[in-house]
Design a protein around this ligand. Structure first.
Ligand code: NAD
Length: 236
């Protein structure tokens, strides 16, 4: 079991040009979260939902990983068994920085994948639009395909792995999340040591529970965070 859990959110990708949620008043790229990210939106608002994720997927194509993604990948490769990396992000910037599929857990899904609504097979479609892949139908069973994204109100199967990681890690590092979706204050209380990095304090996080907080851009804070992690691991 890993001693260190690195958990990131939309803020780590902000400097790569991907808009966060809360920094724009609960909107993501000018869409209300309820309209395109909530359970049932494919039934009530299917066309707009697909259009939204098609656009987000296409937007990813020219986005590049930043220094924070890259340094985390380096750390993961240096300490493969001691560090677990999880992200709430659905973008592929860790992968662009060199992370392999089995080295990272995307808690809320992955934009470049579609999932069958019936047989649940998952398909990598890169930056294509939903309809450009088998007309949006499952090549296995013919049922409709949907973005492989966890909408608000839906089950998040990867949370089981998060619970396991939280139970075993001794240091949690939280980067670029407002704490509105995951209760990172509680996570900090579960672990011996905890580090927080955001641009500014969030009303949904009580930073007094964290051992250390860096309020700075992730690309600036990450070198200090990497030092903290290495120091912690080398103390053992
Ligand atoms: P959020 O938008 O709620 O909060 C972003 C946080 O990042 C804020 O606390 C802000 O202070 C911080 N931040 C902004 N710029 C930063 C920077 N340069 N360096 C460090 N911190 C910075 O993000 P969240 O908590 O991850 O939101 C929850 C949901 O948003 C997630 O479920 C995720 O799936 C979804 N989302 C993902 C992406 C993506 O994949 N890149 C983009 C938007 C939303």
């Amino acid at each position: 079991m890993s001693k260190v859990l690195i958990l990131s959110g939309a803020g780590i990708s902000a400097e790569s040009g991907i808009t966060t949620f809360r920094d724009s008043d609960g909107l993501w790229e000018n869409h209300r979260i309820e309209d395109v990210c909530t359970a049932g939106c494919l039934e009530t608002n299917g066309e707009a939902t697909h259009k939204f994720y098609d656009a987000r997927r296409q937007d990813l194509q020219d986005k590049e990983a930043n220094y924070a993604h890259k340094l985390i990948v380096e750390l993961k490769h240096k300490y493969p068994d001691k560090i677990t990396v999880m992200t709430q992000n659905v973008d592929d910037l860790f992968e662009k920085a060199g992370m392999k599929e089995d080295e990272i857990i995307h808690l809320h899904g992955f934009l470049t994948q579609l999932r069958c609504t019936v047989c649940e097979n998952i398909y990598d479609i890169g930056y294509k639009k939903h309809n450009e892949y088998h007309n949006g139908n499952c090549p296995n069973c013919g049922a409709e395909l949907r973005p492989n994204i966890v909408f608000f109100g839906e089950a998040a199967p990867e949370y089981d792995k998060l619970t396991l990681a939280l139970n075993s890690c001794e240091l949690i590092v939280v980067i670029g999340t407002s704490g509105n979706v995951l209760d990172v204050t509680y996570f900090a209380q579960l672990t011996d040591r905890s580090i927080l990095n955001n641009l500014e304090p969030s009303p949904a996080i009580d930073d007094s529970y964290f051992t250390k907080a860096y309020y700075a851009k992730a690309t600036q804070a990450i070198a200090y965070i990497a030092e903290d992690i290495e120091e912690f691991l080398n103390d053992f």
